[in-house]
Design a protein around this ligand. Structure first.
Ligand code: NAP
Length: 526
């Protein structure tokens, strides 16, 4: 693992992805086992709200549980009242001019220190993700590594944007473009990348010079509380952000509608994203700007398996994409669209592969799949499985898993029509629909038959078909002959088309521009 000391911005190396720990190495296994024990010893602790540096107890408590063993309380959190939510936006607005005036180099250095702290506490964060989000060890490690990547990458991007490309210089003028932050923003992440997405959206906003009211998911508030510790230790001013645990349905509208909210960065479901977009569009009394909404939403991602594909590779990658983190990734493959020439073979092979996946508590490293996030999610997914059994042919799974946790068997349902609900609706669980295509063109047509457009993949050895997919497969993130999950910061800027969102391309060179506004200055000099 790399050093835990942040690099000075003047001698910064080019960005590279954080290496993920290999848990087959005894030293890493032992370190992870120790982190799990240490984190478990902190179970049940009470956490305060953090309003621009002030610690607050509302007395209205939210208990976050371990989805692998729901009897275990991971953390107890004070929930924000409407008055505290209001105060958090006012405080962010009041402090904004000071933070905006802090030199970009200082903001970037602070963010690099945050990356170094995450690196030092990596296994500890892995363990929180295992216990609070039900991530298996490798999934947790990938999430924490991505969080580090976002810090490292956005720090560098801010340094780049602090010195924009020179403009055309008109005769007798000095012409310049500078980027300014927007103001006080509300950041609303989901639970499924409880560290990476939260860190990415929050630190992009902060390093660009904005202040932030962070409302984490109610499923993963302890991870958010630990992130707040990192921000403070790194040196972000306590007034530059608030941590506002609380139910989205109770304080969400208030935060979005507040006239001093300048922007909302949201990642989550289509329903909530569209609601935020609609509420944010209406100007409120005293509001003097159009609120900017960055909304990254759901997916119904397809992998096309062509008759000219390496079938074994396709099967493995479909299974990884469908069942990694229990299918609870916006990028998860929930539709396999398979050429009729290899369809039966594909279905047989997928059945064999899925049969070997072990499901159980996420802290036990032999399990490939842990629990889904909550009792509510489990019920909704099982309902979809019942719908799917009527819409197609059950190939694997189809029921809950053994044990007290929110376990569901990896489920595959074949012969699904494109009008079927399980072909069109986001289930967000371990359910794969398999559909037969007449040929490659038909497969592309089926893949595009969706209101979403987030990720997609194609397995084929045929260059002409690859070219066609590049032109016609309408998704924000297209992959060829690899899985459709696992976007890497810097290499796969992430964001979707259609109802998948505003295509903000997290982890890409344009992402910080969403948190900035450009000012052009022309000065007459002769
Ligand atoms: P969600 O139910 O939409 O919740 C997301 C966040 O919104 C949570 O923090 C939630 O808080 C909050 N919220 C709920 N109601 C709100 C309201 N009225 N106003 C403001 N905020 C509100 O989504 P989720 O279940 O956490 O996450 C799963 C979804 O995220 C899936 O659809 C998945 O595809 C999508 N996702 C998309 C991407 C992407 O990059 N496109 C990445 C990851 C996930 P509470 O927890 O308190 O309700």
């Amino acid at each position: 693992m790399s050093s835990s000391i942040a690099e000075p911005v003047k001698a910064l190396r080019p960005f590279s992805n954080e290496p993920v720990a290999d848990f087959s190495r005894p030293a890493n296994r032992e370190a992870m086992e120790k982190a799990l024990r240490d984190v478990r010893a902190e179970f049940g602790r009470e956490y305060d709200l953090l309003i621009a540096g002030r610690r607050e107890k509302s007395g209205d408590l939210l208990k976050s549980v371990n989805p692998s063993r729901p009897g275990e309380i991971v953390g107890v959190h004070n929930k924000a009242t409407a008055a505290l939510a209001n105060e958090a936006v006012e405080a962010a607005h009041a402090y904004f001019p000071r933070w905006a005036a802090t030199p970009p180099e200082v903001r970037a250095e602070t963010l690099l220190r945050a990356a170094a702290i995450f690196r030092k506490r990596k296994f500890e964060f892995d363990a929180w993700l295992v216990y609070e989000a039900g991530k298996t060890w490798p999934e947790a490690e990938a999430d924490v590594s991505e969080a580090i990547d976002f810090c490292e990458y956005y720090a560098r991007q801010m340094l780049r944007l602090a010195k924009p490309d020179p403009l055309l210089q008109l005769p007798g003028e000095h012409d310049e473009l500078v980027y300014l932050p927007l103001g006080a923003g509300v950041v609303v992440p989901p639970w499924n990348f409880p560290l990476a997405i939260m860190v990415g959206m929050t630190t992009a906003a902060l390093v660009a010079g904005n202040t932030v009211v962070l409302k984490p998911s109610s499923e993963t508030p302890t991870i958010a509380a630990k992130f707040a510790e990192v921000l403070l230790e790194a040196g972000f001013p306590p007034q530059s952000f608030s941590l506002l645990v609380g139910s989205g349905s109770v304080i969400g509208d208030l935060l979005v509608e507040h006239p001093k909210t300048r922007f909302i960065a949201f990642t989550g479901s289509k329903e909530v994203g569209l609601r935020i977009n609609e509420l944010a569009a209406k100007p409120r009394k005293g509001q003097i700007w159009i609120k900017r909404v960055i909304a990254e939403m759901g997916g119904k991602d397809a992998i096309i398996v062509d008759r000219e594909a390496d079938l074994d590779a396709a099967v493995k990658n479909v299974v990884w994409s469908a069942f990694g983190y229990q299918g609870q990734k916006c990028s998860a493959c929930s539709r396999a669209i398979v050429d009729e020439a290899v369809y039966d073979q594909f279905v047989d092979k997928v059945k064999g592969e899925v049969g070997s996946l072990k499901v159980g508590p996420a802290d036990q490293p032999e399990n490939y799949m842990g629990p889904v996030i909550s009792e509510g999610a489990k019920r909704s997914i099982l309902d979809y499985i019942e719908v799917g059994k009527k819409e197609g042919r059950l190939i694997a799974g189809g029921a809950e898993g053994a044990g007290d946790g929110y376990f569901i068997q990896p489920t595959v349902i074949a012969d699904i029509d494109s009008k079927a609900r399980i072909f069109q609706e986001e289930i967000f669980g371990p359910v794969l629909a398999v559909t037969k295509a007449r040929n490659f063109d038909h497969a592309l047509e089926l893949a595009n038959d969706s209101e979403y457009g987030l990720t997609g993949a194609v397995f084929t050895k045929n260059r002409e078909k690859i070219r066609k997919a590049r032109d016609q497969f309408f998704v924000g993130n297209l992959y060829i002959n690899r899985k459709c999950t696992g976007a890497m910061v810097g290499a796969h800027p992430f964001g979707g088309f259609n109802m998948s969102g505003t295509d903000s391309k997290a982890g890409g060179p344009d992402y910080l521009l969403q948190f900035l506004q450009a000012k052009a200055i022309g000065e007459k000099i002769s």
